[in-house]
Write a protein that binds this ligand. Structure first.
Ligand SMILES: [Zn+2]
Length: 201
């Protein structure tokens, strides 16, 4: 990877051998290894020992989870807040594990819609709750830094499964509790093209 970074530096008109850039390839490699470390994570190991049996059901919400990811179209960061809720059936996840799950899927090359769905589907698969909701609000540097469609550099995506999809009261209760800083999200699994980085240029 370090050779590639040296080549990249030369391609953009830099001198990879000047003092300030000598250690850059090493640093960039280290940063990319960390920012993409989610590929190697084993979900079951992440959740290990953190699934508990319960005999009541209620909505569990973890909101304002910070996340940082890389857009797969431009390899530039998109980052913001993730809000997760689920209604347990007979199992719960340790609360500290939810941010860990968000990290695992964020530390990959992503598009915001897929990231949102992967978090929801993993919780759905692991604890089989009555419903799962995930909302992500993010700023996309690939759009704001390049000055394209500035109004769209902030995007909200959501994945609603089970009760959050079928019962509008449950969904509204969740949305009320997380109080989005922007407009109401587009509900459902897909987000119309144009709302998030679509990688057209
Ligand atoms: Zn992008």
């Amino acid at each position: 990877m370090q050779d590639l970074i040296r080549q990249l530096l030369a391609e953009i008109g830099e001198d990879p051998s000047r003092d300030g850039l000598l250690d850059t390839p090493k640093r960039v490699e280290k940063a990319y290894r960390f920012l993409t470390s989610g590929y190697d994570a084993d979900i079951d190991q992440v959740l290990n020992g953190a699934l508990f049996a319960v005999d009541y059901s209620e909505m569990v919400i973890v909101k304002d989870i910070d996340f940082y990811s890389l857009c797969e179209h431009h390899l530039l960061p998109f980052f913001g807040k993730c809000h997760v809720a689920y209604i347990q059936r007979d199992r719960v996840i340790g609360l500290s594990k939810i941010p860990r799950l968000v990290d695992v899927f964020s530390r990959r090359l992503q598009v915001q819609e897929r990231l949102t769905n992967q978090i929801a589907e993993t919780i759905q698969a692991k604890i089989v709750p009555l419903g799962v909701a995930v909302v992500m609000e993010a700023t996309h540097l690939c759009m704001s830094m390049r000055g394209v469609e500035k109004q769209n550099s902030f995007a909200v995506t959501s994945a609603m499964l089970g009760a959050f999809r079928t019962a509008s009261r449950t969904r509204m209760e969740f949305l009320e509790l997380i109080k989005l800083r922007s407009a109401t999200p587009v509900l459902g699994r897909g987000t119309p093209a144009g709302l998030a980085c679509v990688g057209e240029d």
